[in-house]
Design a protein around this ligand. Structure first.
Ligand code: 2HG
Ligand code: ZN
Length: 445
């Protein structure tokens, strides 16, 4: 009998047909067949797995719902996929402590709904929020449109329950925003993509649920006119809870081939702006905003009800899948530049002559630069274009990933472009926390 079948507290998959779905995530990459997929149901399974990984020399690859964009959960080399979808635990909201605890297996949709049911808000909203698992969002430090105002997943984590290389689950952090007894190991694990141990649960910070939304469609005739707007708005004290955009090429594709709601989208390029503070639908607020927008306000549309708001967001949320369907071999990046450097970024992109279309999170400078014809490019040419793109972002004080992480997809570029001191420190931490390199080997570093 296969030794994995003897694991306690676990479901084990061995059949190649059952393993096949685990070779993919939402990136353009594929993994290799793992030795097994293990779905742990309790700490004994993890203890045993860690001990075997060490003595038999295989890697442990964590997996949430497989919605990652960077190949971080794909098996490589001799490895076992540890799928946390059946990890036990319940979502528990603590109104008095303004927090919530949940297992890694909890769907993010349910985490957000549990908070909302009690009048609270858990803001992180990656595009996959309706299908991803909390554990994956913690491991990748996921972000989405709301990050513009509310920050990334890490800004909402108070405590982390993590499996370390001793095979035990430890808790780092407490149920309070104040905790300062030494450097924060929990935060080191958030966004670590499974390199230092596996996150099995967390305690998350909540905030009162916003109840008022001003959702605006801002079409522009010259799309460059959008580029200074995030900086101008923030500089004037307006902080949108989301500021998204479609460049002319993406907007034209959506209008020509997208769903019904996309056919009527106005403008040469289009921004979606949302505010969620109290008073944001009041006349003084909107008048102040119109003043600030000046001539850009011509054509501004304000969503009049929740249905219209949902329609706008539905189009934005399906853009990635829509483009993927039309250009199956496209490569999509997620660089960031500070919002004050957006104009320079696009001038630089034009100068490089990279055939790319762009949409994404203009408000925080996180841009999804899509190379739609990547499938037809020579691999070396594509690699060069991506390196040029990353270098451009770095030269403007930005970075090569805003929300999707490094995983396998950006590993080579990360190793080439990161500050050597950062790489040295990360490798030293990896060596200290995982001396036998069992946790997600071959990713990021
Ligand atoms: C989004 O903002 C997601 O729509 C996906 O982060 C972006 O496909 C992409 O690159
Ligand atoms: Zn995004």
């Amino acid at each position: 009998m296969n030794a994995f079948l003897e694991l306690p507290e676990a479901k084990v998959l061995l059949d190649p047909g059952d393993l096949a779905p685990f070779l993919q995530d939402e990136s353009h990459l594929r993994g290799v067949l793992p030795l097994a997929v293990v779905k742990p149901h309790g700490p004994r399974a993890l203890r045993e797995l860690v001990s075997r990984a060490k003595s038999e020399g295989f890697g442990l690859v964590p997996r949430g719902a497989g919605t990652g964009k960077a190949g971080g959960c794909l098996p490589t080399g001799r490895s076992v996929v540890v799928d946390f979808s059946e990890w036990p635990g319940e979502i528990q909201v603590s109104p008095q402590d303004l927090c919530l605890s949940a297992p890694a297996s909890a769907p993010l949709r349910e985490v957000k709904a549990a908070a909302e049911a009690q009048g609270f808000f858990y803001p992180p909203d990656p595009n996959s929020w309706e299908s991803c698992a909390l554990g994956g969002t913690l491991a990748t430090n996921a972000g989405g449109p709301n990050a513009c105002k509310y920050g990334m997943t890490r800004h909402w984590v108070l405590a982390v329950d993590a499996l370390l290389e001793d095979g035990e689950v430890h808790t780092f952090g407490i149920s309070s925003v104040k905790a300062n007894a030494g450097p924060n190991l929990g935060q080191l694990l958030i966004g670590s993509e499974g390199l230092f141990g596996f996150i099995v649960g967390a305690t998350l910070r909540l905030t009162p649920l916003p109840r008022e939304f001003a959702t605006l469609l801002l079409p522009v005739k010259r799309w460059e006119d959008l580029l200074d707007l995030p900086g101008r708005l923030c500089g004037a004290g307006y902080l949108p809870s989301a500021f998204e955009f479609f460049d002319p090429a993406v907007l034209a594709e959506l209008r020509a081939h997208g769903p019904e709601e996309a056919r009527r989208l106005p403008g040469e390029a289009l921004a979606i702006l949302e505010f969620d503070e109290r008073g944001c639908t009041s006349e003084p607020f909107l008048e102040g905003l119109l003043d600030l927008l000046g001539p850009l306000a011509d054509g501004l549309e304000i969503a009049s009800d929740a249905r219209q708001r949902q329609g706008i967001w539905a189009v934005r949320r399906m853009t990635s899948a829509f483009l993927k369907e039309r250009h199956p071999k496209k490569v999509s990046e997620d660089i960031v530049v500070p919002r004050s450097r957006l104009r320079e970024f696009f001038t630089g992109l034009d100068r490089l002559g990279i055939p790319a279309v762009t949409y994404g999170h203009l408000g925080d400078g996180n841009l999804h630069v899509n190379l739609l014809a990547a499938g037809e490019a020579e691999p070396t040419q594509l690699e060069q274009q991506l390196m040029d793109l990353f270098r451009l972002a770095l030269s403007l004080g930005g970075t090569l990933s805003g929300e999707h992480g490094i995983g396998l997809a950006k590993r080579k570029a990360f190793l080439a472009l990161a500050d050597p001191a950062q790489l040295r420190a990360l490798r030293a931490i990896k060596q200290a926390l995982d001396p036998q390199n069992i946790f997600n080997p071959g990713k990021v570093l």
